[in-house]
Write a protein that binds this ligand. Sequence first.
Ligand SMILES: [Zn+2]
Length: 160
Amino acid sequence: MKKQLGRFIKQRKQQQMPVVKIAHSVYKDILLTIGARPAESGGILLGPVGTNDVTEFFFDDGGSCTGTTYSPDYVTLRQKMKKEWLPAGIDMKGFVHSHPGSFDHLSSGDMIYINRLLDKNDDMTMFVAPIVIPSQYRLTPLVVLRDKPRVACEAKFEFF
Ligand SMILES: [Zn+2]
């Protein structure tokens, strides 16, 4: 599985890339859900409050995508946030979703949506938003930084 995960992630060597720590289990779960389906599905990335670490992933069965913009199932996610995640000390770190073809950037719709969430959640220093290209079996590690909210940055994902 480790080998497979390494190939799944497209890492470009760049200096000063933001670093996000992601649990192996999260990658495995993304592969087995979003990575194994046709494009345009997604899920929420979660981790301990007060960090940018991603330790949990919830596949959003009720989410939908229009073109390259992912729309989560707010009702379900809000309920789980209130009843399960926040009581367990974890909150939202971002969203992962897939795009058709080989479009591994955030769409303008994605950027509008991410900026809205950054505005609402002022404790987030970044929004983790990787894009999965199921047909090529790869994931592009992207984040949007609070201090550079208009652009998507390629990030370095570190596994633990
Ligand atoms: Zn998108």
